[in-house]
Write a protein that binds this ligand. Sequence first.
Ligand SMILES: C[S@@+](CC[C@H](N)C(=O)[O-])C[C@H]1O[C@@H](n2cnc3c(N)ncnc32)[C@H](O)[C@@H]1O
Ligand code: SF4
Length: 376
Amino acid sequence: MNTAGIYIHIPFCKTKCNYCDFYSITDREDDADLYISALCKEISRSSLEDYPWLFDTLFIGGGTPSLLTGRKIEKIFTALSHKISLSNFIEKTIEINPGEASLENLTDFKNLGINRVSMGVQSLDSNLLQFLSRSHSVKDVFSTYENVRKIGFENVNCDLIYSIPGQTKEIWKRDLETIIDLNPEHISAYILTVEKGTELFQMVKSNMVTMPKNSESADFFNFTQNQLNNSGFFPYEISNFCKPKKECLHNLHYWKIDPYIGFGPSAHSFDGTCRWNNAGSLDHYIQKINGKHSPISKAETLTEIQQVNEKIGFGLRLSGGIELITIPELFKDQLLENVKRNNKKWSGFIKHNNGRIYLNQKGYAFADAIAVDLLL
Ligand SMILES: C[S@@+](CC[C@H](N)C(=O)[O-])C[C@H]1O[C@@H](n2cnc3c(N)ncnc32)[C@H](O)[C@@H]1O
Ligand code: SF4
């Protein structure tokens, strides 16, 4: 049976970070009960039990899910349990923010069976945290990490951001080494991207802030790959590194174009052909649910070619590459032809072995550009 993931979106945050374009809102935690009740209604009205897949991963993301009490998370679990068997989840992740995950909440999450914690560290430099308008301190990172371990979580991810204006290679090296010393099972390291509609976007547009040049970002990227690789973290995806067998199974569902069903405002879903997403506003979402309307605001059906192109785009970012067995026969020859045609242009970065098309380490830095050349 094919496997699939479930995503639950928790939109509440203490403060809005200037670079973030995920759907999140501040000063609305008082509405958390109202929200959880709507979320549970959405789950109970869904067709989760009818899908022909085994739901094996759950990801509670945000926003800042660690602001919610265990009681609220338990309500979500109960709603899910009326639809599917929770015992099939092999990975249950919750996102937490440093300083915004109380010992009590973390203990409750562990008791509820959550077995993976993803902490948004971003930086260990107080000036850079301030630049990113993060609400936590460097000290919060260490104390929250210590609590997570004390409670007994054995699968922990730290999210980091690099190529930040004002960040030197020395600062990044120091931060990366400190995180490596903490010994998490997984590290996600993302280049800071300037998303339209964010405060950072306005700051860059008005020349208040200058982003690092592409060549500097490429330098940071190569340094990050080498540093983590040499420290026992396997780069299984272009921005994701893990200890043996500690890949994020939920994110692998996204990257392998497996099905996933999302709940909550702005949550996306994909059933193998159709992709849809919910309204991206808490009030709109609650209104829709309470009015017994569908919260879906947009849906599209992917053609077979679009699906193959997604497999190419995401597959090239994975160390395992594109699995040719997952490409319909009709398109395989064209894809292999595109590989052949572009091999010289990309100096042998593209490999074809054991039924997979993948990039070597040098090619990783050009994954997106190479994907454009291989698309059907
Ligand atoms: C949307 S946040 C949610 C989790 C949590 N609230 C937090 O702040 O860590 C998930 C992750 O996305 C990454 N992220 C969000 N916006 C980004 C951006 N513009 N550039 C790079 N990474 C970003 C951050 O590393 C963050 O940890
Ligand atoms: S980065 Fe995280 S804490 Fe900051 S606004 Fe986005 S979701 Fe909230």
